[in-house]
Every structure is written in structure tokens, then in C-alpha cells.
Ligand binder design. Structure first.
Ligand SMILES: C[S@@+](CC[C@H](N)C(=O)[O-])C[C@H]1O[C@@H](n2cnc3c(N)ncnc32)[C@H](O)[C@@H]1O
Length: 293
């Protein structure tokens, strides 16, 4: 049984090729059944091996005179849990889990394609060694640091406030990279450059400052580890050609798919949990896609 095809519900678009596919599947088995050399960009944000189950709740706070919870100005409030979502994030051998999936990702990429692997400092060094072996050291292009500043501060070490995103290309020299296509950012010290330059902004470097998905903002879908759309849009814009095809086989809430659609690219999204698929369906339904079990 499959998800109803949204194509059928979209007036005037029936019969045309979908811009989005979403599959509920274990990613290794799914990839092994796909033909090679299809994707311009593979972005993955695998479980980080935190050793915990990752959970996120969406809640609604409303006034309730009968509640025992007293807040600002003596008002009584009630918190209602709208949804709780989670996925397992504990592996006995994380590298053994990732290795065959990364090898499949390489097989599915086109000769000029790129792989982005989103990690954190706990595992990045092991995965980088693995990717050097798989792609070749000369195919390593960047380690992007996504820096944010939110939440508590450790008392026993410097607060960890960054993720690491490894970029590898199939070919060390020939690959798609449209750095001029991305939005420019303000200079840190605009007084040190000409007025024209300051007005134009600068190209981002390998350190990307961007806030996390705000816990109270509109972008938040209540999915654990949801990544900011702005980060994914920059990756899609620079590394997937217009009308190109991107893949995320740890898709979660479907941020890569949302970014691809916003930037005029196509995407295939895979996640093994029903929760992920339900969130993607809510987020991307009506965006001209096909959902399959
Ligand atoms: C860190 S989350 C991805 C979050 C996503 N980037 C977003 O912005 O919402 C990792 C996802 O990988 C999925 N996952 C874990 N193991 C998987 C597997 N073997 N096959 C497919 N999906 C898997 C989990 O269900 C989870 O949704």
C-alpha cells in the first residue's frame, strides 16, 4: 500500500514528473536497490551516536484557571503536549553502521557529484578517516563548521556550540560549486573595506554562523535534531545545479527536501521511521511529490 500520490490532487500537474519523492525505508536496503550515478548532491545528517534516544516535543501553553501551574502575574497556565517524536541514537559500532551506507552514497552520486555528511565533534574524525579511504584524500574539499550559540554552558569544559559538515567530491577537480550563487553575508568589520564592498557583503567562508531552529519559531516542526533551512539552502544552492537531483537518506523532518523545493531543485528523501514520514508529509504535502511505503 502506498501513500496517495499528491500528483493526483494537484490540478493541472498530473502526468508531469514529481519534484519530490519520499520513501519510508531502511536506507541501506533502499539504496542497494537503486541504480548508480543518479544524484548531483547527497546530504546526510545521520544519528550522531549520542548514546540516547533523541526526542522532541511540541507543546501548547494556554490559560487555565483550574491548573496548579502559576506563572507570570499570578496567572494559571496549562501545558498541552501536541506531539512527541523520537528516534534511536545509540550504536555499538557507529563506523560499521555508517561505512556501507557511505559506500552506497558514493555509488549513487554522479561523477561530478558531492557528498555532505553532517556530524558533530564526537564522531567527525572517525568518519573523515573513513571517507578519505572511500573517496581518496584529494576528494576532501572542506570541513564546514556550523556555529550557533544557544542553550546552556558546560561548567567543566568549553560549551560545544558547533556541528561539523564534511564535503567530499567524486572527482577531486571536476565538481559543481556555484559559490557566487549563494547569498552574501555582512562583513564582520565593514569599516575595514570600501563602502561598495561592505554594501555587497562577502562570500561565506568554511565557518557558517547560523542560529539553531528556534524552539518557539514558525520553522520548528517538533522533530528531534531538525536542521535550519538556511544551512541546507546554502548547500543546495552551491552544490546542486538548477533542476539537479539531491538525496537525503536520513531525512528526518525533510529539511533537505524543503530547501531543494525552495531553490528549484528536485529531491529524494528516505527515512525509516513512520514519525519522520508523517512530519515530512505535513511539511511537504502539496509541494508536488510522491510518498511511498
Ligand atoms: C538527525 S535526524 C535527521 C534530521 C533532519 N536532517 C532534519 O533536518 O529534520 C536522523 C534521521 O535518520 C533516521 N534514520 C536512522 N537510521 C536510519 C536508517 N537505517 N534508515 C533510514 N533512516 C534512518 C532517523 O529516523 C532520523 O529521522
Amino acid at each position: 500500500m502506498g501513500w496517495p500520490s499528491i500528483l493526483e490532487t494537484m490540478e493541472g500537474r498530473s502526468g508531469a514528473e514529481p519534484r519530490l519523492e519520499v520513501h519510508e525505508a531502511e536506507c541501506l536496503a533502499w539504496m542497494q536497490a537503486q541504480s548508480a550515478d543518479r544524484y548531483d548532491l547527497v546530504y546526510i545528517d545521520p544519528p550522531f551516536n549520542t548514546g540516547k534516544r533523541q526526542r522532541a516535543r511540541r507543546t501548547k501553553v494556554s490559560r487555565d484557571e483550574d491548573s496548579v501551574r502559576v506563572g507570570f502575574g499570578g496567572q494559571r497556565y496549562r501545558t498541552e503536549v501536541l506531539s512527541e517524536r523520537s528516534y534511536a541514537d545509540q550504536f555499538l559500532d557507529y563506523e560499521a553502521f555508517l561505512a556501507p551506507r557511505l559506500a552506497e552514497a558514493a555509488r549513487l552520486l554522479k561523477p561530478e557529484g558531492s557528498l555532505f555528511v553532517h556530524l558533530d565533534p564526537r564522531e567527525v574524525h572517525y568518519v573523515k578517516v573513513m571517507l578519505d579511504g572511500l573517496f581518496g584524500r584529494d576528494c576532501f574539499q572542506n570541513e564546514l563548521i556550523w556555529a550557533y550559540d544557544f542553550g546552556g554552558r558546560s561548567k567543566i569544559r568549553w560549551a560545544a556550540k558547533h556541528d561539523n559538515i564534511l564535503w567530499y567530491t567524486m572527482d577531486p577537480k571536476r565538481y559543481h560549486f556555484d559559490r557566487e550563487g549563494v547569498e552574501r553575508i555582512p562583513y564582520m568589520a565593514p569599516g575595514l573595506v570600501t563602502k561598495e564592498k561592505a554594501k555587497r557583503g562577502k562570500l561565506p567562508t568554511d565557518v557558517w554562523w547560523n542560529t539553531i531552529v528556534s524552539p518557539t519559531g514558525k520553522e520548528r516542526l517538533g522533530y528531534p535534531s531538525q536542521k535550519p533551512l538556511a544551512i541546507l539552502e546554502r548547500i543546495v544552492e552551491a552544490h546542486c545545479p538548477p533542476e539537479g537531483l539531491a538525496l537525503d537518506f536520513f531525512a528526518g523532518s525533510g529539511t533537505l527536501g524543503a530547501a531543494a523545493l525552495r531553490r528549484g531543485r528536485r529531491a529524494v528523501l528516505v527515512d525509516e521511521t513512520r514519525e519522520g514520514i508523517e512530519v515530512m508529509k505535513g511539511r511537504l504535502d502539496g509541494c508536488y511529490g510522491v510518498f511511498e511505503r
